[in-house]
Design a protein around this ligand. Structure first.
Ligand SMILES: [Zn+2]
Length: 132
């Protein structure tokens, strides 16, 4: 993992993303608050053809089945997604790797990769930082 992927805009110290809550990370040195949703989303290249593959690999390595389910549940409740009825039980597969790939493909097909990235930034920002 690239530990210096995200730096404070004010003092340039590395942000400790493990201390972030709901997408907000406070610099341990100068106290400046950072909106990770905005800052990390700008750095992620969703158009990179390898992005989904890398994301899947990173999610698989860092998340358990229960974590994935929680992420899917949060996604399913977003205003933009609720209509599409994302249901964990309906995603094919039972093994974690398959569920993870299916979740990502579900988002890709409907143009919701951005939303998936934002939920991850809120809940597990280190996963996204690893991709930068
Ligand atoms: Zn700072």
């Amino acid at each position: 993992m690239n530990a210096t992927a995200v730096n404070c805009n004010a003092c340039n110290a590395s942000l400790n993303l493990e201390l972030s809550r709901n997408g907000i990370c406070k610099c341990e040195y100068c106290g400046t608050s950072h909106n990770l949703s905005r800052e990390l989303t700008l750095k992620v290249d969703l158009n990179n053809r390898q992005f989904a593959v890398l994301l899947c690999d990173t999610m698989n390595r860092n998340l358990g089945l229960v974590d994935l389910q929680e992420i899917a549940y949060t996604l399913s409740g977003l205003d933009s997604i609720v209509y599409y009825r994302l249901e964990w039980d309906n995603l094919p597969g039972s093994v974690k790797d398959n569920k993870c790939r299916e979740l990502i493909q579900w988002c890709q097909r409907r143009g919701f990769l951005q939303e998936l990235v934002e939920v991850l930034i809120q809940k597990r920002p280190l996963i996204i930082a690893e991709l930068l």
